[in-house]
Design a protein around this ligand. Structure first.
Ligand SMILES: C[S@@+](CC[C@H](N)C(=O)[O-])C[C@H]1O[C@@H](n2cnc3c(N)ncnc32)[C@H](O)[C@@H]1O
Length: 333
């Protein structure tokens, strides 16, 4: 189900952006720096991938592929240069590449070029290898780079990009990042991003945490909205209005923002909890240090299996929806 909330021209009451205050203990600043992060994240990518598919559509990339594939029109669509920033394990590129299947590879070859970049060397290495293995390198000319999106280096390949995607990274990034992405885009270029609006699984996690954590550790565990806003507590990133205001404030026009609700499914409670390991690590920062923290994390995971089995049944499928904000903006000419 998709619930459009805004598709409009710049509103007259757009307020200037305030510089937001970052949580000094922001767990997202260290979450991505472990050596096994890419393997760990692949289980989470199952969740982001359906939204990445929506992102590719909303960015207009799917239409461009269709246009290029309709050879008989003879229409010149021009070169598409996509920068997928905060690429993780490559969810967006995977979705784009899927659209090229069914014999469209030859039509599109050389017309769509992709740079996938991330701040995590493990994610970059994984996406590069995946791209070589799955044909992204050959068909999309995939280049990969280590890039901190808050400090974009000069001389990146496929510059300036006609399209920029940012799939589930806004919650870790200061608002001003969007202004710098606006600067990087080619005239008329498009930025498309996703960020979480509702993560209903989080209530299961809180129930599990309450069962096993001592009161002081439980009270230090963020709420659902506290988790979505964990890096910038006052920004209200769970609201579509925030994405709209931030895109406009960064200079984007033709801004459209909508909330997309997608149902997710796991084979059983244990399968679901495996996919939650990374988010659980992100909220476990106040559950002690080292060994102590991993003991509490293990207990919470065990309790989470029980909570979810209690709701969906032991050995039964686990199904529920999550909501993401999809925001798109265009740079003027
Ligand atoms: C939730 S993952 C999203 C990955 C992928 N885009 C997807 O949708 O599956 C967030 C990604 O943002 C990356 N990231 C976080 N801060 C970043 C920064 N400052 N510059 C570039 N990448 C960043 C992380 O390394 C991680 O791969």
């Amino acid at each position: 189900m998709s619930t459009p909330t805004q598709t409009s021209q710049p509103s007259p009451n757009t307020s200037p952006l305030k510089t937001e205050v970052e949580n000094p203990n922001n767990p997202l600043s260290t979450l991505w720096s472990t050596s096994s992060i890419a393997q760990e994240y692949l289980r989470t990518e199952r969740i982001t991938r359906p939204y990445a598919d929506v992102l590719v559509q909303k960015a207009g990339l799917a239409d461009l592929i269709e246009g290029n594939a309709r050879e008989e029109t003879g229409e010149e669509k021009g070169e598409v240069r996509l920068w997928d920033f905060a690429c993780g394990t490559g969810a967006v590129v995977a979705c784009l590449y899927d659209k090229l299947r069914q014999g469209r590879e030859e039509v599109v070859r050389g017309k769509i070029k992709v740079l996938a970049a991330d701040v995590s060397p493990e994610m970059v290495a994984y996406t590069r290898e995946r791209g070589e293995r799955e044909g992204w390198k050959e068909v999309l000319g995939l280049e990969t780079r280590l890039v901190d999106v808050t400090n974009i280096p000069p001389n990146l390949p496929y510059n300036p990009p006609t399209h920029l995607t940012l799939s589930f990274a806004l919650m870790a990034l200061p608002t001003l990042t969007l202004s710098s992405l606006h600067t990087q885009l080619a005239p008329s270029g498009t930025l498309a991003l996703t960020t979480w609006s509702s993560i209903s699984w989080y209530t299961y996690l809180l129930s599990a945490a309450q069962l096993v954590l001592p009161p002081d550790l439980f009270s230090a565990t963020p709420s659902e909205l506290g988790f979505i806003n964990i890096a910038f507590p006052d920004r209200k990133l769970h609201l579509p209005e925030t994405t709209e205001r931030e895109l406009r404030g960064a200079g984007f026009a033709d801004v459209s923002v909508e909330v997309v609700e997608i149902e997710h499914e796991w084979v059983d409670a244990r399968d679901f909890v495996r996919a939650m390991e990374l988010p659980i690590r992100a909220v476990s920062g106040k559950w002690g240090e080292g060994e102590e923290r991993s003991i509490w994390s293990g207990k919470v995971k065990g309790a989470l299996v029980e909570v979810v089995e209690g709701l969906f049944g032991k050995g039964q499928k686990v199904r529920f929806g999550m909501g993401a904000i999809v925001g798109v903006g265009r740079k003027g000419n």
